[in-house]
Design a protein around this ligand. Structure first.
Ligand code: NAP
Ligand code: 12T
Length: 335
């Protein structure tokens, strides 16, 4: 690549991630020439604005990609399976946000702060990792490089926006129904999410873990290029609109102190430390929503281990967890 402006298409432009992509492309002044907004037939004719100009949404079809150079894709894994090969055949490079291609050995899985070197290995498709994986590896990569990570134990507190626009609307309507003493309607999540926690994201697998949890295991290994890292994840949906939080404990090969971790992370790209217990300063999803960094706080020794560190990691799942990471990959690609 390396030109002034690119013909860009967004698959799933009307969704929570697609919407955020439009915002971020605009904010970062990405060199968009032509722009094609694709979604389901339900959205055909809908107008979305980009840089003050209105664009009409078109139906995603196999022949949607003539002349398109770059595709940002977030219309679900089954749409990626069906349509991404057609985009590649038409000559486009696709940055895919769904889980469909992530573990494909010929597809790079990229977080620009961690493994930008993998971008150039692409054969038409670059995968964006899962939101929970992205924020965790941004914070852990500097520690892994310095002392080596043997094992990660993580519990996530994932906001409803991770599941899409309809789920954001459901937390909103259930909250109103509950406080007004009305019947709470459950349609998107398997159970009421307002004033509740659901310890299941995505489907269960035979090993007793969910698919979301195993994404964190396998994607972390692929991004770090290190299959020896052991990961144990528990993924929980919480009644928060934007930003995922994670309680993370790592066991390192060599001992590292909380102060050394703070020093490493204070110069790490994409990371902001908020960590002052004496002033009750730590990251929270309410503050992280709508912002770009991965926030890290509560950095402390693991009192149960001789070489462990515990921390609390928060980031906006629609931004760094999806749209921002994808646009950063696109920026690297056209450099
Ligand atoms: P969403 O708000 O539900 O949006 C889904 C988008 O896909 C909408 O634009 C929708 O179009 C479109 N779509 C659905 N069915 C379609 C079809 N049959 N043909 C064409 N377009 C179709 O969901 P979201 O939160 O934006 O997430 C979208 C996808 O991105 C997810 O499936 C997930 O794989 C991925 N994602 C990735 C991350 C990450 O961690 N990197 C984070 C969140 C999501 P309509 O408006 O016309 O229905
Ligand atoms: N189940 O892209 O529901 O793998 O929060 C992202 C978000 C899968 C993904 C969610 C999910 C993905 C969710």
């Amino acid at each position: 690549m390396g030109r002034d402006k690119y013909y860009l298409a967004i698959m799933g432009a009307t969704g929570a991630v697609g919407n955020c992509m439009l915002k971020i492309l605009e904010e970062r002044n990405f060199p968009v020439g032509n722009l094609k907004l694709l979604a389901s037939e339900r959205s055909v004719g809908k107008k979305l604005s980009f840089k003050g100009k209105e664009y009409t949404v078109e139906e995603l079809k196999e022949n949607s990609f003539k002349g398109v150079e770059l595709v940002l894709s977030s219309a679900g894994a089954s749409r990626s399976k069906q349509f991404v090969p057609h985009a590649v055949k038409a000559g486009a490079v696709v940055i895919d946000n769904t889980s469909f291609f992530r573990m494909d050995p010929v597809v790079p899985l990229v977080v620009p702060e961690v493994n930008p070197q993998d971008i150039k290995k692409h054969k038409g498709i670059i995968a964006n990792p899962n939101c929970s994986t992205i924020q965790m590896v941004v914070a852990l990569a500097p520690i892994h490089r310095k002392v080596g990570i043997k094992r990660i134990v993580v519990s996530t507190y994932q906001s409803v926006s991770g599941a899409g626009q309809a789920h954001i609307n459901e937390l909103c309507s259930q909250t109103k129904q509950w406080v007004n003493g009305e019947k709470v309607e459950v349609a998107q999540f398997p159970f009421q999410i307002a004033f509740n926690l659901i310890p299941q994201i995505d489907v269960f697998l035979d090993n007793g873990y969910t698919k979301e949890e195993m994404k964190m295991v396998n994607e972390t290994r692929k991004i770090f290029g290190d299959t020896s890292i052991q990961v144990n994840a528990t993924c929980v949906r919480v009644p928060v609109f934007y930003a995922h939080s994670e309680s993370v404990t790592v066991e390192t090969k060599e001992k590292i102190s909380p102060q050394e971790v703070r020093e490493l992370l204070s110069i790490a790209p994409g990371v902001v430390i908020i960590d002052d217990p004496s002033k009750q300063k730590y990251p929270m999803p309410f503050d992280a929503g709508g912002t770009d960094p991965v926030y890290v706080g509560r950095i402390r020794d693991d009192v149960s281990s001789s070489s462990g560190i515990s921390m609390w990691i928060v980031a906006d799942n629609l931004r760094k967890g999806a749209a921002l990471n994808a646009v950063q990959i696109a920026e690297e690609l056209i450099k």
